[in-house]
Design a protein around this ligand. Structure first.
Ligand code: FAD
Length: 139
């Protein structure tokens, strides 16, 4: 059974390119091996990640991610059954929301500054889909 999980979290230190590369290297290998797809968004010290895949595989990965010391305040925004994936082509896409035109953020979010704890999961999904359509998400 396919599910989608979306969570928000706060980095415990600056999200440097080294930190990101490390997370993404891990993600791409593990996620591909376990049929998990999704996108990792970040901005300032905030992360939001969308994970899609088999329910057991996504639950297991989420439990690993929650324990990761590179972030804290992990808050579940959505865990739902889905009939199809939105991000089938992405073992783990990445997008720096600090570099996105504020007008695009404002279309979906309460403020142009990204605060995942104040967003609905639907708004985040729509935002990420628009960013993919405009080639703003990197493989
Ligand atoms: P090991 O590499 O053996 O590490 C042991 C423990 O230390 C784990 O709890 C690990 O989470 C933690 N850890 C590892 N490196 C650091 C570090 N530099 N600082 C502090 N703690 C550390 N992994 C995926 O496979 N797929 C994903 O989609 C994914 N998304 C992530 C998103 C975010 C925002 C973060 C922070 C991490 C993500 N990870 C992802 C990484 C994941 O949390 C684990 O680090 C990774 O799966 C390796 O787990 P392990 O049990 O083999 O840990």
């Amino acid at each position: 059974m396919l599910v989608r999980l979306i969570y928000a979290s706060e980095a415990t230190a600056a999200i440097t390119p080294v930190v990101l590369d490390d997370i993404l290297r891990n993600s791409r290998q593990y996620n591909q091996e376990h049929g998990i797809t999704g996108v990792l968004c970040f901005s300032g010290t905030a992360f939001v990640q969308v994970l899609e895949g088999d329910r057991g595989a996504v639950s297991k990965l989420y439990n690993r991610i929650v324990k990761d010391g590179r972030h804290q305040r992990v808050e579940l925004l959505e865990f739902s059954e889905i009939s199809e994936r939105h991000f089938a082509g992405w073992t783990m896409g990445q997008v720096n929301l600090a570099k996105i035109n504020p007008a695009i953020l404002l279309r979906y979010l309460p403020r142009a500054e990204f605060d995942p704890y104040s967003c609905s999961s639907q708004a985040i999904l729509k935002l990420v889909q628009e960013l993919i359509a405009t080639a703003a998400v990197n493989k």
